[in-house]
Design a protein around this ligand. Structure first.
Ligand code: SF4
Ligand code: SF4
Length: 381
């Protein structure tokens, strides 16, 4: 058997080094030719990096592929491997980066075998609450202009049952708005864990409410194997050590700013590509856009990113006229071939025409409820 590690960043290099240290032969590192990521590609000191498309003679039946990429970006990799008939595919859990691994047996605890028979959805986000307690100016989910609202347990259950019947879901992020404002958060995580037994479930929060949560909520997070991802803004940074102590006391796994290796720094800026014009180049905008990986679930629909299924609030609050088309999302109940649905969501969607190739960046500012300034500014573009 051949062994290839899919990935070219720091994490993939770490995986190659570990495997070699444990006496496992690695035949190379792989990447997709056209894949756009603004990251520094590090050459490995032991093995070469290849574009997988160039390795035409690689026999899928005689090759193990070990994916060492962030869950959010591995979708194109999995689709490619599926189309070429690879079956021996494994994902390395990025949590591995934070632990000291001394043996191959320990390493194997972080390997997740991918069932290539079932459509594999690598990443999905969902607002469980629309409003937020921090109200950042220009929030990408429009949380500072949303009225109070949260998903009902019935519709949450219905969507998850439908979803799990069509896909194997690897990484599921519950966010908002501020998800910890949900009045039935305990029931919600229990439902999610019951339906999505093998999925990594992550609550993405600004962290400000963690110290105020009652112990039953924290116990439910620990018991249901929920990871807390803290988006560290300035007010969070001030109390971050207390938040971390509390999570550690309850045995809850956590990440800072989406990165297992992140240092304690606050997010200083936001960016967006959204404009009011439909005359942008959807292909180029989405090719460069990191939002293209943020598949988003709402009311039984999945879209390529958060904008199409949340844009209604901007239309209502600002009188804009963003128009959705049927190709901007898929209805889960209508999906007959999950792999095809994933492919549709991987391509640019008509809504991407509203986004520009260049990003507009602005400073982070909190506590701006119903402030339309940034939106007004970007929509003039
Ligand atoms: S913390 Fe800020 S960016 Fe995050 S959901 Fe709330 S308003 Fe949006
Ligand atoms: S609509 Fe397209 S280009 Fe705009 S943020 Fe979403 S994926 Fe990116």
């Amino acid at each position: 058997m051949y062994n290839f590690v899919f990935g070219v960043g720091f994490f993939a290099n770490q995986v190659v080094d570990k495997l070699m240290e444990f006496g496992v032969r690695v035949d190379g590192m792989l990447k997709l030719k056209e894949f756009y990521m603004p990251i520094f590609i590090e050459p490995n000191k032991y093995v070469n990096t290849y574009c997988v498309e160039d390795l035409k003679k690689l026999d899928p039946n005689l090759t193990n592929i070990i994916i060492a990429q962030k869950p959010i970006i591995m979708g194109d990799t999995i689709s490619y491997l599926k189309n070429r008939g690879f079956k021996n595919v494994f994902i390395v859990d990025e949590e591995m980066q934070r632990v000291n691994i001394h043996t191959l047996k320990e390493f194997n605890c972080y390997l997740y075998p991918v069932n290539m028979e079932k459509p594999f959805l690598n990443y999905l986000e969902m607002n469980i609450v629309d409003n937020c307690n921090l109200n950042c100016k220009g929030c990408a989910h429009f949380s500072n202009i949303f009225d109070n609202g949260y998903v009902s347990l019935d519709s949450f259950t219905r969507d998850l049952i439908m979803l799990s019947s069509k896909f194997e879901l690897y990484y599921f992020r519950l966010l908002g708005g501020e998800p910890l404002l949900h009045p039935n958060i305990i029931e919600l995580v229990k439902i999610a864990r019951k339906i999505l037994k093998n999925t990594k479930i992550i609550i993405v929060t600004n962290g400000l409410l963690i110290n105020k949560l009652n112990n039953d909520v924290l116990k439910a997070f620990a018991e249901n194997n929920i990871t807390i991802c803290i988006s560290v803004y300035k007010p969070t940074l001030n109390i971050l050590d207390n938040i971390i102590s509390k999570l550690e006391y309850f045995g809850i796994n956590y990440i800072l700013n989406d990165d297992y290796m992140a240092s304690k720094k606050s997010i200083e800026s936001f960016s967006t590509r959204l404009t009011a014009s439909q005359n942008n180049n959807a292909f180029e905008s989405s090719r460069k856009c990191l939002g293209r990986f943020c598949r988003f679930l709402r009311d039984g629909k999945i879209s390529k990113c958060y904008y199409p299924l949340l844009i209604d609030v901007l239309n209502r609050k600002m009188g804009t006229n963003f128009v959705l088309s049927a190709e901007d999302y898929v209805e889960i109940k209508n999906i007959t071939d999950g792999w095809l649905a994933i492919e549709q969501l991987s391509k640019p969607i008509p809504f991407c025409n509203y986004c520009s190739e260049d990003e507009f960046e602005f400073n982070w500012e909190g506590y701006h409820k119903n402030d339309l300034d940034v939106y007004q500014y970007i929509l003039k573009k």
